[in-house]
Design a protein around this ligand. Structure first.
Ligand code: SAM
Length: 326
């Protein structure tokens, strides 16, 4: 079976799929200046059966792990049936969902029935008013109930992704980490990446060392050994805690050397690096009736331009996170 090995000898086995560029939130870090988010026309968004075919082709090339993201995946109609179909693709052994959890509570049963166990939930604050300021929507309580429901239903792991932003939630990092003392959550702090849009670009970045310092106020951080499903997060635990704390440092300690990811955008492009605008059209050839072998060729071509490192320190990215898949 041909394998997806890029020119820097990285073995790519992980596909992140943005199933929609639509979202029910308007987060500070996703919205361009002026607040207007251009939407892809419906016909430009991959249909589920098209995504499934692309994933089957990827699985034939060694993709084993898939993450469904967006935009907000739970706003797309039929998502549970899609997740179910994804779970039944031979070779795909690990499926996770990234969501803002606004619609999670009402969807928990069907997501669980579709075979999803692993959830990543984005939550940057525990303060309902601040939540509304960050996301543009007064939905903290709904999200919190969704998290509670997911814990009660036995989803595991449940990772809470916190983008650490100077002047926005830097005063709350310890409180967010403290959640892990009693709850089996993995709270992961992510350095904010300047994507070239949004009102946060001017703020001095909050980087890993400082994040650890603030989180360390809760207690000594004990390193946790890396596990099979570990991505770029460095993991820690407080003594006796039910959950874990993680740190993801795309800016101060990028992990490109170990990157095993490809992305499929909502508009049907294969994108070898989140932070590089080079991508390959797969939707056009697919809709023009190309064979699976020809689509596999697009994967193999695309990985040739996966950059060695993201270069975000030198330039900005044109694509929007919602369409690329955060
Ligand atoms: N709607 C889903 C959600 O909220 O989880 C999935 C898509 S959203 C773009 C995924 C996540 O990407 C965000 O919550 C945030 O954690 C991360 N993200 C977006 N822009 C970012 C940035 N500039 N720097 C760091 N993380 C970012």
């Amino acid at each position: 079976m041909p394998q997806l090995i890029d020119p820097y000898n990285r073995h790519l086995n992980y596909l992140r799929i943005s199933v929609t560029d639509r979202c029910n939130l308007r987060c500070l870090y996703c919205i361009p200046p002026g607040g207007c988010v251009p939407k892809l026309p419906h016909r430009e968004i991959l249909r589920y059966e098209e995504i499934l075919r692309i994933v089957r082709v990827g699985a034939g090339l060694g993709i084993t792990k898939v993450r469904v993201t967006g935009g907000e995946p739970l706003v797309r109609k039929g998502i549970a049936r899609f997740l179910q179909a994804l779970s039944s693709i031979p070779g795909i052994s690990d499926i996770a969902l990234t969501t803002n959890a606004v619609m999670l509570k009402e969807r928990l049963d069907e997501i669980q029935s579709a075979g999803i166990r692993r959830l990543n939930i984005s939550l940057d604050t525990l303060d309902p008013e601040k939540y509304a300021r960050i996301t543009g929507r007064d939905a903290f309580q709904t999200v919190w109930e969704g998290i509670g429901g997911a814990l009660a239903a036995g989803f595991s792991p449940i990772k809470i992704n916190v983008v650490a932003i100077q002047g926005v939630n830097d005063d709350e990092l310890a409180d967010l980490a403290r959640l892990t003392l009693d709850l089996p959550l993995h709270v992961r702090f992510i350095e904010y990446m300047p994507m070239g849009e949004g009102p946060l670009e001017v703020a001095a970045p909050l980087l890993g060392e400082e994040i650890l310092e603030r989180v360390g106020a809760v207690g000594p951080l004990i390193p946790v050994a890396r596990g099979e499903h570990d991505g770029p997060a460095v993991r820690y635990r407080f003594k006796g805690a039910a959950g874990e704390v993680g740190l993801i440092r795309p800016m101060s300690h990028h992990f490109c050397g170990a990157c095993n990811r490809l992305r499929l955008t909502a508009g049907g492009h294969l994108r070898p690096c989140l932070l590089s605008d080079r991508q390959a059209d797969v939707k056009g050839p697919l809709r023009a009736g190309r064979t699976d072998a020809e689509l596999a060729g697009i994967f193999l071509d695309a990985i040739r331009f996966k950059p060695m490192a993201h270069g975000l320190h030198e330039k900005r990215v044109k694509g929007r996170m919602s369409a690329i898949g955060g």
